[in-house]
Design a protein around this ligand. Structure first.
Ligand code: A2P
Length: 337
């Protein structure tokens, strides 16, 4: 990989694209040139990169000439159509969509867990689903010393996962609710203000699980390289802007104590323990927003497992950062180092 690389951001005007631009400067990721792409609607707009204003161009088949790394964050339809075009032009694609995640020839990478998988890429590297990343970063250090055989997860997912328009809908519908005005939902399927609803992905008729829940199962197996880990997730949207929370209960193959988990997580990369029962202070989306670490707390023995193999915990992570842009940029950092 050429260093510094020529970088393209596809979806530069979106919720994740804007974070890419911000953290590239914050993490001193040097580029030889930066090209920002979005739909024809955005042509002529500019985005901010450090103290520069970069023009947004319409994405076309000629957008990738001379590009070394292309970050895609414009949905799976755009990725399916344009990622092969970028690869053909010689770029490595880091794709934030679900388009290629389960393709056996595409590495699905969380740098704290399986950085070695990058070596096998054939042009596309997939960024996992945000709920998967935020849930499994703190589980990996445990899995390595005491295999997790089963994970039960319940998510509390922010608006950002559905994009900038959903974040706007949360703000506007909350204002409308407070002013006693009607606000028909346009982006998400249900009223968002002061409400909680099942994740807005399609429900699989055969299993009753929605797509987000099935992603957590399949992607965890692929990233951990463990096809036998059992996962059952319930994914829910909550009226929070940008950080996801998850209640996780794990069953390990041997007995495990909360103290062991704390010791393992206290030295784990990408994890910060926030666990203060005295003050009733635990991970919250407000604290997780804007930071790269996944916050972990409520670490306790699962009292429903008499064998002592199970631990319950509660985590919070920034969906736009570790759940998307930061994980993608960390992959790029591995490519250019
Ligand atoms: P645009 O702002 O021009 O619609 P989010 O996830 O926040 O909804 O952002 C989606 C991103 O994907 C935006 O940058 C959006 O650009 C971009 N996008 C949507 N449709 C296209 C398209 N047809 N070609 C290129 N970019 C697209």
């Amino acid at each position: 990989m050429k260093s510094p690389p020529v970088v393209a951001i596809v979806g530069a005007t979106g919720a994740v694209g804007v974070e890419f631009l911000r953290i590239m400067t914050e993490r001193h990721f040097t580029v030889a040139d930066l090209r920002c792409y979005a739909s024809a609607r955005s042509a002529g707009k500019t985005v901010t990169y450090g103290n520069r204003s970069i023009p947004v161009q319409e994405l076309t088949h000629n957008s990738f000439d001379g590009v070394d790394i292309a970050f895609f964050s414009a949905g799976s339809g755009i990725s399916k159509k344009f990622a092969p075009v970028a690869v053909q032009a010689g770029a490595v694609v880091i794709d934030n969509s679900s388009a290629f995640r389960m393709d056996p020839t595409v590495p699905l990478v969380v740098p704290e867990i399986n950085p070695q998988a990058i070596a096998g890429h054939a042009g596309i590297i997939a960024n996992p689903n945000c709920s998967t990343i935020i849930g499994i970063v703190p589980l990996w250090p445990i899995h390595q010393v005491n295999r997790i055989v089963r994970l039960i997860a319940a998510t509390y997912q922010a608006a950002s996962g559905a994009g900038a328009a959903a974040m706007q809908e949360l703000i506007a519908s909350t204002q409308a609710h407070l002013e006693d005005r009607n606000y028909p939902p346009a982006v998400l399927p249900h009223p968002y203000a002061f409400n909680v609803f099942s994740h807005n992905s399609a429900v699989d008729a055969a299993t009753g699980y929605n797509e987000e829940e099935l992603k957590m199962l399949r992607e965890t197996r692929k990233i951990f390289g463990d096809p036998d880990i059992r996962v059952s997730a319930t994914c829910v949207r909550v009226p929070v802007l940008r950080a996801h929370c998850e209640a996780l209960t794990i069953e390990c193959s041997r007995p495990i104590s909360p103290a062991e988990v704390r010791t393992l997580l206290s030295k784990a990369p990408g994890v910060k323990i926030v666990d203060d029962p005295g003050r009733n202070y635990f991970p919250m989306p407000r604290d997780a927003s804007g930071q790269g670490d996944v916050l972990v707390g409520r670490i306790r023995q699962d009292m429903s497992d008499a064998r002592g193999h199970s631990i319950a915990m509660f985590v919070a992570g920034d969906q736009l950062l570790k759940g998307a842009a930061l994980n993608g940029l960390q992959i790029a950092e591995l490519l250019v180092r």
